[in-house]
Write a protein that binds this ligand. Structure first.
Ligand code: BT5
Length: 253
C-alpha cells in the first residue's frame, strides 16, 4: 500500500515514521492501545484492510468490507496539552480528514460535531479518540482512529469514490491525512479556531440525543473551550452538550 519513497518522506517530514499495515485485526485502535501500554512512542500508525471488531463510540461498531475503507489509528502523546483540551485531537483528526479528502479527491466533506465527516447528510467517516493506559513511560497517551468509506460503505453511508466520480487511492488519502494531522498537532489555538470555523453543525438547528436518551433541540451556536456543543434552546438559554448524537434539522434562516 505504501512504497518506500513515501515511507521515508513521512519519516523525514512528520512524526509518523512507524507505519504498520495489517491485513486483518480486531480494531486498529486496540492494536495501538496495546502498543501504547508497552511504551510505544508518539507517531505509531496502524492501518488495516479489515477489522473484525471495529468500534465506534459508546460500544457501537464500525462496519467496513475488506479493503473498502481507510481504517487507521495513530498514537499521540500530547505532552503539555491540558486533558480538558484533548477534544482538540479529535478536532485535528477531523480537519485533517476534510483536508485530505479535498486534496486527493476534490470532495470536501462537512465536519459534524463531534466526530463525523459528512457528504450531504450521509456519514463518510467517523473518528474515535480513546485514552489507553499511558504505559511504562508514564507520558499521556491518546489513540485517535478514523474509519473512512473510500470504495464502498454500509447502506445509507457516503462513499468517497461515488462522490468524486472516480476511484480514490487509499494510500494517497492516508499520506495526505497524516501530513495534514502532523501540521495541525501542537497548534492548538489554530485547531480550535479552524474547528469552529469549519464545523457545519454550528449555525444549524439540531436535535441532540444525549447518553441517557435525553433530547435537546435548538440552534447550535458554538463550540466552547471544552469542546462542548452550545445549543440555544427555546427558552433562550444556552445548553452545553459534551456527549451526544446530533441530527442536523435545517439551516439558520
Ligand atoms: C464513530 O463512532 O463514528 C467512530 C468510528 C471510528 C472507526 C475507526 S476505524 C479505525 C479505528 N479502529 C476502530 O476500532 N475504530 C476506529 P460513532 O459516532 O459512535 O458512530 C458509529 C455509528 O456509525 C454506528 O453505530 C453506525 O450507525 C454508523 N456506521 C458504522 N459503520 C459505518 C460506516 N462504514 N460508514 C458510515 N456509518 C457507519
Amino acid at each position: 500500500m505504501l512504497d518506500e519513497r513515501v515511507r521515508s518522506a513521512l519519516t523525514a517530514e512528520t512524526r509518523f515514521g512507524d507505519i504498520r499495515l495489517l491485513q486483518e485485526t480486531e480494531s486498529t485502535n486496540q492494536v495501538v492501545a496495546d502498543l501504547a501500554a508497552e511504551g510505544a512512542p508518539e507517531g505509531l500508525v496502524v492501518v488495516a484492510d479489515v477489522q473484525t471488531r471495529g468500534r465506534g463510540r459508546l460500544d457501537r461498531t464500525w462496519e467496513a468490507e475488506p479493503g473498502a475503507g481507510l481504517l487507521v489509528s495513530v498514537l499521540l502523546r500530547p505532552q503539555g496539552l491540558d486533558p480538558q483540551r484533548w477534544h482538540l485531537l479529535t478536532a485535528a483528526a477531523g480537519l485533517a480528514g476534510q483536508a485530505a479528502c479535498l486534496e486527493i479527491s476534490g470532495v470536501g466533506p462537512d465536519l459534524k460535531w463531534p466526530n463525523d465527516l459528512l457528504i450531504g447528510e450521509r456519514k463518510l467517516a467517523g473518528i474515535l479518540a480513546e485514552v489507553p493506559s499511558p504505559g511504562p513511560t508514564g507520558s499521556p497517551a491518546v489513540v485517535v482512529g478514523m474509519g473512512l468509506n473510500v470504495h464502498s460503505g454500509p447502506p445509507g453511508a457516503a462513499v468517497l469514490d461515488q462522490a468524486a466520480g472516480r476511484r480514490i487511492g487509499r494510500a494517497a488519502l492516508l499520506v495526505a491525512w497524516l501530513r495534514s494531522l502532523d501540521s495541525l498537532l501542537g497548534r492548538w489555538d489554530a485547531v480550535a479556531d479552524a474547528y469552529r470555523e469549519h464545523c457545519a453543525t454550528v449555525g444549524r438547528f439540531v436535535r441532540v440525543e444525549g447518553v441517557a436518551g435525553v433530547y435537546t433541540e435548538g440552534q447550535a451556536v458554538g463550540v466552547d473551550d471544552h469542546g462542548r456543543l452550545l445549543i440555544r434552546i427555546a427558552s433562550g438559554d444556552t445548553s452545553a452538550i459534551s456527549v451526544g448524537d446530533v441530527t442536523h434539522l435545517h439551516s439558520a434562516r
